[in-house]
Design a binder for this molecule. Sequence first.
Ligand SMILES: Nc1ncnc2c1ncn2[C@@H]1O[C@H](COP(=O)(O)OP(=O)(O)OP(=O)(O)O)[C@@H](O)[C@H]1O
Ligand SMILES: [Mg+2]
Length: 240
Amino acid sequence: METLIKTCCKKLRIGQGFYEGYKDIQAQTHEEFLLRLLQQELKNREIIRKKRLLKTANFDVIKTFDNYSFSEIQIPASLSTEDLKGGNFIEKKENLILFGPVGTGKTHLATAIGVEACNRGKRVKFSRTASLVNQLVAAKASGELPKLFKQIRKCDLLICDEWGYIPFEREGTQLLFQVISECYETKSVIITTNLEFSKWDGVFYDEKMTSAIIDRLVHHSHLPIFTGTSWRLKHSTINC
Ligand SMILES: Nc1ncnc2c1ncn2[C@@H]1O[C@H](COP(=O)(O)OP(=O)(O)OP(=O)(O)O)[C@@H](O)[C@H]1O
Ligand SMILES: [Mg+2]
């Protein structure tokens, strides 16, 4: 009997959790049993979906809001910590520019927001900006740019970490502009950066494109400012 159940599940593409868990279900009637079984399967699918979303988001390290301190972040009036945690700016397709010096928790916050978004069923793509640009340039060379853009188009939140840490050539800048242009008013973008807008010209290949990128990013955007000093230095195991 068990083998037959397994075969049916396989054909119906129902996961292992279904036939592993049904024996523990307590029910008085057939209907109640069926309902519990279906509810259990829905729960299993939810867990699998979240795991898949977290994997495809491609976070460098998983970080959460547990023990995250907001005390040294100036959050603009347009936003609250609850908005950041709940990610309602994602529903509104608004952007976040997380600005501040090294080690102050920008990547941590961007990641925690992204992880929370995955838990709520959103599609997230996390990249260091330089590796996104490398990916774009390589995809263009191999004719796979449409595929990569399709992937980007599908996500609800694009996180570009370490924005402006490494300068880009003409092609890289053009492709990054294309990405930001695609995302404009269609999805949320979070960038983490320690570079003020006036210095972006030095990083991107040409001035016009830089202005066009800034223009698209800042419209519908919030700018939390990180005012602390490096968490890495403060918590270093070496006495500096
Ligand atoms: N406010 C905070 N609460 C808890 N942990 C923090 C906080 N800020 C930073 N950290 C921790 O300090 C380390 C450095 O933080 P993070 O990598 O987010 O800094 P960053 O601002 O992205 O720096 P960089 O500009 O160099 O990339 C991480 O291990 C992070 O978890
Ligand atoms: Mg960082």
